[in-house]
Design a protein around this ligand. Structure first.
Ligand code: PEP
Length: 254
């Protein structure tokens, strides 16, 4: 099995004004001065990216965006290109978050275009997939994920996707306080890895980092990270507080 480097990523969603984002980033740099054994990323709102970049530059914390548009530039009011994100200091971009799928008409087809833009723009894509509660209850979890992965990654080669990160985020666990058990998450992560193996080969599937997301907190991160196929976490609510997020980042030392 490949030695996959863990990634703990914070999704700040539509929270924090510029000054609040700067303050939280400052605190985080203080609480997490030198984490070498894992990767850490925070994704503030677009308005705070460049400001937060000034704070985290030179630290062990990388910057990510919460979305990217697929065109390079043009008359697309309200959109943000990969070049713009890179110029603001971004290394990662979250793509296909369930909130974008639920409220903003994101589809597997648009996800695919965004992944393409990220790869061509030198950003590491974090592709979010996950089933709704009713889909889990009706036994459709695997078929939903199969479609999201196959359609979202259609036509790419494994070398296109060499930096890809996947985040498994069961929609029923996001912001609800209901976490998938570590066994439930491991079962899905293994399934996702088997899907990747079928499409792109074993070497690729063993190297892809698969994060878990959905009500990750300091008290459940260690158990999740102990699972073979869980390579990190995408954290929403608990990443908004620097002290709480730093406890998640320091999961090995709890
Ligand atoms: C998320 O926004 O990706 C997420 C997992 O949120 P939370 O941790 O709040 O459930």
């Amino acid at each position: 099995m490949e030695d996959r480097r863990a990634l703990i990523a914070g999704n700040w969603k539509m929270f924090k004004t510029c000054s609040e984002a700067v303050e939280t980033a400052r605190q985080l740099v203080e609480f997490v001065p030198d984490v070498n054994e894992i990767d850490v990323m925070i994704a503030p709102a677009f308005t705070s990216l460049a400001l937060v970049n000034d704070i985290v530059q030179g630290s062990c914390i990388s910057l990510g965006a919460q979305n990217v548009f697929w065109e390079k530039e043009g008359a697309y009011t309200g959109e943000t290109s990969s070049d713009m994100l890179v110029s603001a200091g971004c290394k990662y971009v979250i793509i296909g978050h369930s909130e974008r799928r639920q409220y903003f008409g994101e589809t597997d087809e648009t996800v695919k275009k965004r992944i393409d833009a990220a790869i061509n723009g030198d950003l590491i894509p974090i592709l979010c997939v996950g089933e709704m509660e009713k889909e889990r209850e009706s036994g459709e979890t695997f078929s939903v994920l199969d479609k999201q992965i196959k359609k979202g990654l259609e036509d790419f080669s494994y070398s296109d996707l060499r930096t890809l990160v996947i985040a498994y985020e069961p929609v029923w666990a996001i912001g609800t306080g209901k976490t998938a058990t570590s066994d439930q998450a491991q079962e899905v992560h293994l399934f996702l890895r088997s899907l990747l193996e079928k499409s792109f080969g074993a070497k690729f599937s063993e190297s892809v980092r698969i994060l878990y997301g959905g009500s990750v907190k300091p008290n459940n991160i260690s158990e999740l990270m102990a699972m073979n196929d869980i390579d990190g976490a995408l954290v929403g609510g608990a990443s908004l507080n620097a002290e709480m997020f730093s406890r998640i980042i320091h999961f090995k030392h709890q």
